[in-house]
Write a protein that binds this ligand. Structure first.
Ligand code: BDR
Ligand code: CA
Length: 363
């Protein structure tokens, strides 16, 4: 398997906007585990849980991964025009399933999330990659503040939308877009005209069409745990719980904190998918988007004109896509139509397995 290299030997600077969220947390771990990634900062928006809980989860997960130095900024706490609806049934009441993490000790950034995005893009024009794993509220505010943002960024990767597949929130809508459709429209419109002046980039959008190919199953977790030298519940060898459960600590031996976190967060997520999607496993949408930002060869894209529906009776939040070019408009989005999920899953298991092994060794 060929591994991606950083641009010219330099690491890829990335700002992540997220609503942590179980799969967001896995994306953060993937970023930390990827040597070619320079995780510049993380901005938090309301979505799976309220924005302040997102900021807490984000810092706690980064601390778990040994990266309390990464700047984490709070963004807007409500969608642009609608009331916030969170997803406790999908991600648990606090957004991390059954997992429990120590309270975050690192301070929140004094910067407002959308300002951070603009400032970092201006500080290194043409270099920064923005990865969005959440409703597009913060990014919309950033674009409204700095309309040049599509020219200042090197790459934008969006987890959001449902282009040729059914939705997961309403029949035709995906959660990140449906949660704040007005923000999604602002962002997708900001990239109209991309390519015409050779400087404005088109975002790569990963919708459910491809992210539902990235499925984590118990066997992946078992392989990852084996790489870290422990049981799938995180107990280090010789230290399993008396009933084999993943709750509580082991009676002897130690616990690998990252594998324990994964086991407890993913057990909730897998139970959810077992109820709603018919398999015991979980779609890991956000890590595939993060991995694509580091290595775009993981997906094949088509340049397409996309607009977000705001006035539908049944379809508000739908990413309406002009597959047959009937509008005659230039494309504004590179829509992912295929993903190499086998290569991605192998990379995910290996990288996070190595991260978990290293964290156990360093404790
Ligand atoms: C998206 O919605 C959220 O629940 C996930 O974290 C992901 O970003 C998938 O529709
Ligand atoms: Ca998310």
């Amino acid at each position: 398997m060929s591994e991606p290299t950083a641009q010219g030997g330099r690491r890829i600077p990335i700002v992540v906007d997220c609503d942590t969220g179980i799969d967001d947390s896995l994306a953060l771990l993937y970023a930390v585990a990827s040597s070619e990634c320079e995780l510049v900062a993380v901005t938090c928006t309301a979505g799976n849980v309220e924005a302040r809980q997102v900021a807490e989860n984000t810092r706690a997960v980064l601390e778990l991964a040994g990266r309390s130095d990464v700047e984490v900024a709070l963004g807007r706490e409500t969608p642009l025009a609608r009331a916030l609806v969170t997803t406790p049934e999908t991600h648990g009441p606090r957004g991390i399933g059954y997992a429990e993490l120590p309270p975050a000790s690192s301070p929140l950034s004094p910067r407002f999330g959308p300002d951070l995005i603009v400032e970092e893009a201006r500080r290194r024009p043409g270099e920064l990659t923005l990865v969005t794993l959440a409703p597009l509220t913060n990014v919309a505010l950033a674009v409204l503040r700095e309309p040049e943002l599509p020219r200042l960024l090197r790459r934008v990767v969006i987890m959001g939308g449902s282009y040729r597949s059914p939705g997961n929130t309403a029949p035709t809508t995906e959660w990140n877009v449906a949660c704040d459709p007005e923000a999604a429209r602002v962002v997708f419109e900001a990239f109209a005209g991309a390519g015409s002046d050779g400087r404005r980039i088109r975002p790569i959008a990963l919708g459910l069409d491809v992210t539902e190919r990235a499925k984590i199953l118990p066997e992946h977790l078992a392989r990852l745990a084996a790489m870290a030298g422990c049981e799938p519940n995180g107990s280090t060898l010789g230290g399993s719980t008396p009933d084999g459960s993943t709750s509580g600590r082991s009676t002897s031996g130690g616990v690998n904190p990252i594998v324990r976190y994964l086991a407890d967060a993913l057990r909730f997520y897998m139970e959810f998918h077992s109820r709603y999607d018919g398999f015991y496993g979980a779609f890991i949408h956000d890590p595939l988007a993060l991995a694509t930002a580091l290595d775009p060869t993981l997906v094949r894209t088509e340049p397409l004109a996309v607009e977000v529906e705001l006035d539908g009776r049944l379809t508000t939040g739908e990413t309406v896509t002009d597959w047959r070019r009937t509008w005659g408009r230039p494309p504004n989005v590179d829509v992912a139509v295929e993903a190499d999920s086998v290569r991605f899953m192998a990379r995910f298991v290996e990288r996070i397995g190595v991260l978990a092994a290293g964290r156990a060794a360093s404790r």
